[in-house]
Design a binder for this molecule. Sequence first.
Ligand code: NZQ
Ligand code: ZN
Length: 395
Amino acid sequence: METFQYMGMPKVYFGQGILKTALDAEIPETVHTVMIAYGGGSIKRTGIFDSIVDYLSSRNMKYVEFSGIMPNPTYAKVQEGAKLAVDAQVDLILAVGGGSVIDCCKVIAVQAKTDKDLWQSEFVDHIYPTDHIPLAAVTTVSGTGSEMNNGAVITNESTLQKNGMLGAMADFVVLDPSYTLTVPMMQAVSGAFDTLSHCMETYFGKPAEINVSDEMNESVMRNVIRNIRAMIKDPKDVKVRSELMWDASMAENGILKIGKITDFQNHMLEHQLGAYTDCNHGQGLAVIHPTVYRHLLKDNTARFARFAKEVFGVDTEGKSEEQAASEGIDALQAFIREIGLPCTLTELKNNMRHGTGDPTDPELLRKIADSTIITKGCARQMDADEIYTILTECI
Ligand code: NZQ
Ligand code: ZN
């Protein structure tokens, strides 16, 4: 175990039909104006928006809408939301959506309390948030686990950087797995793979010895893999959605990271891929992971071998550690193929709904490699040339 400090987490209300219980308990009478923040409108089609509005009306509370938060939310969108929150004197933000909506609102909640340019404060002056408008996260698509941490991944379009900012931690969280039943299957699988990615990024960190967090992580990974398969088989099974929803929170609420050092190098790379192409986060990760791991196989062989056996059930009996490790990465690759996620940048390009840059263009890949944050690396530190090689191997 590495040394650690453990702090409380947001209060979570989990279960079908739990929204009213949560709002009754958590919204005090002193709240006058609520901002309902959401994405492209799925919450209107699914009826979640109406149920929130009806609830607020029943308590004579005013609301303002902040709509159009895009997948891969931008810093400009944060500024727009913060201005509305100030102008409308909002005293509670309800972020209703997935990682993009929740991340955007975490930074809106902070930006509305200060005139400072938060990008400058965090990345240049290293000053971090101390105050925020109360915030609640109502998750409608699971995967990122954003609801239970204070990280917010924001794209600065002027500098073409997609970076993790620190925003507000939600004051309470509503997780109703039935909300996720309407998520298109490709998005649902991509989100669940993001969860698996968070687990793997943590599991392949330090220290080398297995600790309790790693053993819990193995359980979560097995659960994610089993339930992705179950979700594809029966998209209407809300029990399966429940498992995946809590898996997502578990993977990013800090519990699995206790006593661990992580580098999240796959995420750093995917974030820049997203900054340049606007690709889907989980799908970008699906393309990258196996290739990054093949590059690191010799630097973390024992852990990859254990992953093969404990997570994918590879029969490692009588095999060398390196052979077992390699078969584990093959099993991961085969799983990605099986669940219909892209395995190459070419396939990613074919899946992109609103992409702006071509992820198969070597010149663009060079820019992505050169702008990727390179961490110290838990297994081994890479450099921009190796990142570029990885990207070209992914084409
Ligand atoms: O915009 P609407 O119309 O709501 O549609 C959304 C969106 O198109 C749709 N959707 C959401 N709930 C739905 C639904 N469709 C039907 N029924 C519902 N109930 O889903 C689409 C994707 O939503 P989005 O929020 O973009 O997806 P996700 O949750 O995967 O979030 C991705 C963002 O989170 C960041 C990613 O980088 C990316 O920007 N991440 C945040 C993390 C964090 N804060 O901890 C960690 C992650 O590693 C990740 O980087
Ligand atoms: Zn992620």
